[in-house]
Write a protein that binds this ligand. Structure first.
Ligand code: AMP
Length: 400
């Protein structure tokens, strides 16, 4: 069975085509600058590439372009789209409606659009991606939505209700939703397989550390708490996002600088976090290099980031009342041995965590970085959200 996985953004459309007989990627690519001039970059499994500029006023033209790349270009991997059994879509916000992956129908599409109130940048784009797919492939090819939020729907109310007047939860569904759920679900499942243990028996903390960062407490395979909240702005500081703050800081700065709510939203989402403190970059590599060269703000940003991650881990050890497995994933989690070592050695030795410095030097690979006598297993598990979307899609369409 061949499954196409789509991740539609407001001006981009990322895709991967999976052959589910062996879960290999046949091709992947990116259409960007949709609504402007339009470009596609496509790579086949054997390294052949196809790059072109196209007029892409909407996601439908981008989808047509992807069809051409897959079926007709020099880097084609299939003869016709009829070889594709189903399409799986990444959807950021499933809100209070979707607690699991779901087959698309008219009502589901309307609900996703309705939920764009909670994720304006993302959900509208996802809905455009689904409609583009419908326009080009018709309704004979089943489409499945996999939500970033659904893994977190098992959180208890004590974890997801914010301590503001309860009526805002009742009226507007203001609550913690959590994000990166597909990644947390993938790496927690993989970690249990890697250790040859039953997920149901494990207390686990998964740290997805990339440009966006979130940490999740998982008990018996179910999320009990997570650091991102009503939006992906909550929790630990990230590349450009502030993470959690005293809300008075926001109103105080807004008044002093005469900043509107929209401008404040921009400031907290795009100009804060590692970028805001370091004044160098949102990219951890640039900031680490600047810190090594003596830039004090860069060093502070790196120090703060690690400290905040460690504090969340400590909080979740309490939430779980123990810890068996700690997992690092995401661009930073998978590739930054210094951050992993610092977090574990400077803040977590009281848990009996011991790191094998040699093994910890590995990057981007599945590896246990704790020593044999460490009381908590510490793993690096590269995430693969697209594969989990393809698996969920296959499961749902196979049952039709
Ligand atoms: P992601 O959003 O998961 O793609 O992760 C992006 C982040 O991963 C950026 O801050 C990068 O600096 C960081 N990253 C990627 N590769 C490395 C590396 N080799 N060492 C340190 N950080 C890395």
């Amino acid at each position: 069975m061949k499954i196409l996985v789509i991740n539609a953004g407001s001006s981009s459309l990322k895709y991967q085509l999976f052959d589910m007989t062996d879960e290999t990627v046949l091709a992947k690519g990116l259409c960007e600058r949709i609504g402007q001039d339009g470009k596609i970059k496509h790579t086949a499994f054997d390294g052949r590439t196809y790059e072109a500029s196209y007029d892409m006023p909407t996601h439908s033209e981008a989808f047509n372009c992807l069809v051409y790349a897959l079926t007709e270009s020099d880097a084609k991997v299939i003869d016709s789209m009829s070889e594709i059994s189903a399409v799986g879509h990444r959807i950021v916000q499933g809100g209070y409606i979707f607690s699991q992956s779901t087959l698309v129908d008219q009502k589901v599409l309307e609900d996703i659009e309705m939920l764009s109130e909670l994720a304006p940048l993302h959900n509208k784009a996802h809905a455009m991606g689904i409609r583009a797919c419908l326009n080009v492939l018709g309704d004979k090819v089943p489409q499945v939505c996999v939500f970033d939020t659904s893994f977190h729907q098992t959180m208890p109310p004590k974890a997801y209700i914010y301590p503001v007047p309860y009526e805002y939860y009742e009226k507007y569904k203001v609550r913690r939703y959590g994000f990166h759920g597909t990644s947390h679900r993938f790496v927690s499942g993989r970690a249990a397989e890697f250790l040859n243990k039953n997920l149901a028996d494990l207390k686990m903390i998964t740290c997805h550390l990339g440009n966006g960062c979130s940490i999740t407490a998982i008990k018996g395979g179910k999320c009990i708490d997570t650091s991102m909240g009503f939006t992906p702005l909550d929790g630990i500081m990230m590349g450009t996002r502030s993470g959690s703050l005293d809300p008075s800081v926001i109103t105080y700065i807004a008044e002093k600088e005469n900043i509107s709510p929209k401008e404040m939203c921009d400031l907290l989402n795009k100009k804060s976090g590692v970028l805001g403190i370091s004044k160098v970059s949102n990219d951890n590599r640039d900031v680490s290099n600047a810190a090594k060269e003596g830039n004090e703000n860069a060093a502070l940003a790196i120090e703060m980031q690690r400290y905040q991650i460690a504090k969340f881990i400590g909080g979740y050890v309490a939430a779980l009342n123990g810890l068996d497995v700690l997992v690092f994933t995401g661009g930073i989690g998978e590739n930054d041995p210094s951050l992993r070592e610092d977090i574990c050695q400077s803040y977590l030795t009281y848990l009996g965590i011991k790191i094998d410095r040699e093994k910890n030097l590995e990057r981007g690979k599945e590896v246990e970085i704790s020593t044999a006598d460490s009381k908590v297993k510490v793993l690096v598990i590269p995430t693969n959200e697209e594969l989990l979307i393809a698996r969920d899609t296959m499961k749902i369409v196979s049952a039709l």
